[in-house]
Each structure stands twice: as structure tokens, then as C-alpha cells.
Design a protein around this ligand. Structure first.
Ligand code: PXL
Length: 271
């Protein structure tokens, strides 16, 4: 068998394993890739709050330094960053990297508010996103990146406008996760690349779908597909399908919860 391609995620750890690097590494493994990781933060999700513990700067630096020993990453994903300092280190690490870079701007956790760090948002826009092949904000993150305070009218054209605005501002392709509840589509994502918009309608999900980790899995899947040589359009289409399959085969954490985690292993990438 040919040597596996190598991919890297720079991300937080989620002890409940829905999102974060746990989802990324599972997705990479499912795609047949060798996954590496640099941990930015340790996240602990409790019933009433989400605590984010950034790793000390020295610990983060040492991980990035150790990764310079690895040659030829086929793609790199960037997930949760907790400070401008971490973002600066990541920008320096990526400076001479020529392969695909996927940035999931984790600014609006269901529970947390990294988007309130305005300096961090500016650094994403000015320094990190211009290095990315594509960025994958959800709707709230999209509003933060567009520096818009007000909620979006949920029509497909408003979603497209928002994606386009971020794409121009940050000089990168944008895959904006619209989610459910659109006036003219049940569930919708859009891809904005150099002024071109593609609409990607999502299959609708039930209310009690197991979606924890869907966002991280989507960005990791795009990273994997770009590593394997797909173009961006194919990578996002296959990844959207893959995430839906991973939700279908998701699992509950315990019997008193109605939500649960996506499960990537064995999920299909296309029909
Ligand atoms: O899904 C966003 C996310 C990203 N990274 C980490 C997380 C989460 C959500 O909980 O824990 C580490």
C-alpha cells in the first residue's frame, strides 16, 4: 500500500469528543489519511457552561516546533484559536506552507464568545484568512467576520451576500454554513469563490439529530478531500454529504440527553 498522506489539525481538545481535534482526527482516519495535531486549548463542556483552557504559549510553540520535523503535509486545518498570540504563531507556522489550508473560525461556540475578542476577529480578517484556501464560518461567525451586529434575513440571497462580503474582506473563498430555517430553502450552505456563488442545499435534519461536532467534521472533511487532490467545489460537496452521513450514524452520550455526537467512521463520501 502506498504511504499515507499526512494532514495536520491545529485545534482545541473536546473531552466529550463531539468537536475539536477528536472529530478532526477521526475524519482524517476515515479518509485514509495520517492525522497530526497541535493543541491550542482544552475545552470542557458541562451541562451549564463551556470552559476553554488555552494551553500555555510555550506548550503551543513546542508543539508547532516539533511539527517542523514532518515533511509534506498534504493539507492543514486550523480550528479553535484562543488569542491573538496563538493566531500570530499559526500565521508564522503557515508562512512558507504552499498546500491547502482550511480555517474554521471558531468564534461562536453554541455557548462561548470568542467573537467578543475584537482584536482576534481583526487578526483573522487581516492575517490568517488571506492565507486560507477556504474558511468555513457558521452564520454567527459569519456575522462576526462581517462585523455586522444584526441577524440575517434568512433568505438564500442574503446568505450569499454575507459570504461574498467576507470573501472580499478576507481575500479567501468562503463556505458559509447557513443551517436550517430559510424562507426559500429548508437548509442551506453557500460557497463564495472569487465572486462566484454556489448554493448547496442540505438535506433537512430532524429536531433531535446528533449534530455535536458537525462543524469541525465538515472543515476536517474539506481538508481531507483537498489533501486527496479534489478541487474546492468537489471537496465541499463531498464533505457536506459526508457530514450528513456522519450525523445519520451519530450516537447519544447518555440516555437522558436528546443530543449526541456525529460518528465519522464508515460514513460515505458520496452516493
Ligand atoms: O464546534 C466548535 C468547537 C471547536 N473546537 C473545540 C470545541 C468545539 C465545540 O465544542 O470543543 C475544541
Amino acid at each position: 500500500m502506498a504511504a499515507s498522506k499526512k494532514v495536520l489539525t491545529i485545534a482545541g481538545s473536546d473531552s466529550l469528543a463531539g468537536g475539536g481535534l477528536q472529530a478532526d482526527l477521526a475524519t482524517f482516519a476515515e479518509a485514509g489519511l495520517a492525522g497530526f495535531s497541535a493543541i491550542t486549548s482544552i475545552v470542557s463542556i458541562q451541562p451549564s457552561n463551556v470552559a476553554v483552557f488555552p494551553v500555555p504559549d510555550e506548550v503551543f510553540d513546542q508543539q508547532l516546533n516539533s511539527l517542523f520535523q514532518v515533511e509534506d503535509f498534504a493539507a492543514i486545518k486550523v480550528g479553535m484559536l484562543t488569542s491573538v498570540k496563538q493566531l500570530d504563531r499559526v500565521v508564522a507556522f503557515l508562512q512558507d506552507y504552499a498546500g491547502p489550508i482550511v480555517v474554521d473560525p471558531v468564534l461562536a461556540l453554541k455557548e462561548g464568545h470568542l467573537a467578543e475578542n475584537k482584536a482576534l476577529v481583526q487578526e483573522y480578517l487581516d492575517r490568517l484568512l488571506p492565507l486560507a484556501t477556504v474558511t468555513t464560518p457558521n452564520l454567527n461567525e459569519g456575522l462576526a467576520l462581517a462585523e455586522r451586529a444584526s441577524a440575517l434575513a434568512k433568505t438564500s440571497s442574503d446568505l450569499a451576500k454575507l459570504a461574498q462580503e467576507i470573501s472580499e474582506r478576507a481575500q479567501t473563498a468562503v463556505f458559509l454554513k447557513g443551517g436550517q430555517g430559510f424562507v426559500d430553502e429548508k437548509a442551506l450552505d453557500v460557497l463564495a469563490v472569487s465572486g462566484q456563488i454556489s448554493y448547496l442545499a442540505q438535506p433537512a435534519l430532524g429536531e433531535d439529530a446528533f449534530v455535536n461536532g458537525a462543524g469541525c467534521t465538515l472543515a476536517a472533511a474539506i481538508t481531507a478531500k483537498l489533501a486527496l487532490g479534489e478541487n474546492l467545489q468537489q471537496a465541499v460537496e463531498q464533505s457536506q454529504f459526508f457530514v450528513h452521513q456522519s450525523i445519520q450514524q451519530g450516537y447519544r452520550l447518555n440516555t437522558s440527553r436528546t443530543d449526541g455526537n456525529v460518528f465519522q467512521i464508515g460514513a460515505k463520501w458520496s452516493k
